[in-house]
Design a protein around this ligand. Sequence first.
Ligand SMILES: CC(C)(COP(=O)(O)OP(=O)(O)OC[C@H]1O[C@@H](n2cnc3c(N)ncnc32)[C@H](O)[C@@H]1OP(=O)(O)O)[C@@H](O)C(=O)NCCC(=O)NCCS
Length: 183
Amino acid sequence: MQKPSKPVSQSKTTITELMIPSYANFGGKIHGGILLSLMDKVAYACSSKHAGAYCVTVSVERVEFLQPVEVGELVSLHASVNYVGRSSLIVGIRVEALNVKTGHVNHTNSSYFTMVAKGDDDKPCTVPRLILENKEEVKRFIEAMHMKEIRIKVKEEMDDVRSQIAVEKASELLKGERCIIRL
Ligand SMILES: CC(C)(COP(=O)(O)OP(=O)(O)OC[C@H]1O[C@@H](n2cnc3c(N)ncnc32)[C@H](O)[C@@H]1OP(=O)(O)O)[C@@H](O)C(=O)NCCC(=O)NCCS
């Protein structure tokens, strides 16, 4: 039986968390891993709400930390389903850090998590179709479709590159690179 379609708005999710000192690295800024873990949580919450099933993280696109996050800032992670396939969903996540004293909000990064919904048999299950209710949602769906195509192409190209690497020609290939070969 096909699950009823759902609008993007129904699964939009935000998690807000205070950046406490134990989250910091030796430089006093927040560990990237803390943010990745929060992003994974919000992607899970958002995708599972849409799917009506447990979801697993399959791949992550574009993780770039554009600005450091400071201890004491309130980090909000805004997630929405940008795209659905049969069992996969692409969740867009926007991370913002609020300095509570100044009110300044930094957009620290945007990332895309591909999640797959699983049924009780632990196999991928069909997710509801996505209802797009404004131009921005249509744009994000199309962008995500392209992102998926590009990811597949990059994987194929990298497989090709990997299979053609000739270690014997490394000294020629690596001329000018900042490495020393000591085989
Ligand atoms: C993801 C997983 C379910 C795919 O299983 P599979 O038997 O290959 O299933 P399928 O080939 O039918 O793929 C299912 C969906 O995953 C998508 N998918 C598979 N590999 C993918 C990848 N590397 N990146 C993005 N999507 C991927 C497929 O495109 C498909 O999407 P669709 O149903 O919307 O068309 C399986 O590899 C898995 O369970 N991985 C572990 C995930 C996990 O536990 N994550 C937590 C981190 S420990």
